[in-house]
Design a binder for this molecule. Structure first.
Ligand code: PMP
Length: 405
């Protein structure tokens, strides 16, 4: 039995204050806080182990290279990829999606082709497709979202046609918390030989991810939302697809040989990893995965589900408060609006009570339009949150109501 209350002591930032109140951090969907083990691993790396990888002939560099590749191996096992070469280190989810749009997309999409995304996509899984569609003369098609905040799969079936060339879809929504039925979508897509990219930015830190079970072609995620450092993330891609894609960035480390007349490229994953990577970030991400594995994802899922259920119940009791998104399968993310008070004003009142939430469009403007709201307040949980923090949130919302009455 994991004592989640005790785990809070692993996160030094939770000891500090926000506006002279104990910090109540309810914005883990934007970025999670970091346990001491991750901070220590990065510090230890800089103090004792740093050297550029894949280049030096000396011991320190060799050791750094081995450590880097060990983390790749760890991530491969963590998401159950078939091969470690399917794990490409990138800056984060955004870069992973841009990589696929600019390499796979540029070499495959033609005028009249259709790329299917959904109405609940983060701008990171929308704008890159819009950009490449514009360049290729392709068209974006959009899966609608139901009033409950779920994907309308019947509409997806209607959208799929011989013109469909790609599907890019979030595993979980950063606004609604909805966990999408990726396996089902991949089955529908593969029946028509359409590859699927999954934006795993939100799901990866809070769910078990098995890319072979999902059978998706690409899966993108960021370390900083999963208790690891910023600046590092992963693109998983199936070997055959990656091998047939042109490189993204040119530079050191991604070549086999360079002549002025012609350059040949290194095999995957190096083909997609030009330049000196974020080696300290990789070490920190490895430590974050160890931390998560020690707790156990099933324990985290159960804990966050309890927080979600409790908060959903308590928030629903507040008159004038409307929760947006009532999907059957949800992460610990709740978006809401309150009659007569702008989300930014609620955010400001909560801030003065020490409570950090997000207020805005959450990089999902089309979804705001769908629900006819300019913005929402978003509360999102991490493994360190408690029921008492939810009680404090509810009290602070009542305070906002009194102040703006
Ligand atoms: N997709 C989703 C669903 C997200 O929530 C986010 C981050 N808010 C991203 C993509 C982008 O992730 P990053 O900023 O780490 O690249």
């Amino acid at each position: 039995m994991i004592n989640f209350q005790l785990l809070r002591d692993d996160f030094p930032i939770l000891q500090r204050t926000n506006r002279d109140r104990p910090l109540i951090y309810l914005d883990s969907s934007a970025s999670s806080q970091k346990p001491q083990a991750v901070i220590d691993a990065i510090t230890h790396y800089h103090a004792n182990e740093h050297a550029n990888i894949h280049r030096g002939v000396y011991e320190l560099s060799e050791r750094a290279s081995i450590r880097h590749e060990n983390v790749r191996e760890k991530i491969k096992s963590y998401i159950n990829a078939k091969h470690s070469r399917e794990i490409i280190f990138v800056r984060g989810t955004t870069e992973a999606i841009n990589l696929v749009a600019q390499t796979y997309g540029r070499s495959h999409f033609k005028a009249g082709d259709e790329i299917i995304i959904s109405m609940m996509e983060h701008h990171s899984n929308l704008v890159p497709w819009q950009m490449i569609a514009k360049e290729a003369g392709a068209v974006l098609r959009v899966i609608p979202v139901t009033e409950a905040g779920e994907l309308d799969l019947a509409e997806l079936q209607k959208l799929i046609s011989p013109r469909s060339k790609f599907i890019a879809i979030a595993h979980a929504s950063n606004v609604l918390g909805t966990i999408n039925p990726i396996k089902e979508i991949v089955k529908l897509a593969h029946a028509q030989k359409i590859p699927v990219l999954v934006d795993g930015a939100q799901a990866f830190p809070h769910q078990t991810v098995d890319v072979q079970d999902l059978d998706c072609d690409f899966y993108a995620f960021s370390s900083h939302k999963a208790y690891g450092p910023t600046g590092i993330g992963v693109l998983f891609g199936k070997t055959q697809l990656l091998e047939n894609m042109p490189p993204y960035h040119g530079g050191g480390g991604m070549i086999a040989s360079v002549r002025f007349a012609n350059t040949t490229y290194a095999p995957v994953p190096q083909k997609f990893e030009a330049g000196t990577p974020d080696m300290a970030g990789v070490v920190g991400f490895g430590a974050a995965l160890d931390y998560l594995q020690n707790i156990g994802m099933n324990n985290i899922i159960a804990h966050e589900k309890k927080l979600l259920d409790y908060a959903s119940e308590k928030l629903s009791e507040i008159s004038g408060l409307r929760i947006i998104g009532h999907a059957q399968h949800k992460l610990g993310v709740i978006s809401f609006v309150l009659t007569g008070i702008h989300p930014h004003d609620i955010g400001t009142v909560l801030d003065h009570e020490g409570i950090a939430v997000r207020a805005g469009h959450h990089c999902a403007m089309p979804l705001m339009e769908r629900f006819q709201v300019p913005a929402t307040v978003r509360v999102s949980f991490g493994l360190y949150n408690t029921h008492e923090e939810i009680d404090a949130l509810v009290s602070a919302i009542h305070l906002a109501k009194r102040l703006f009455a």
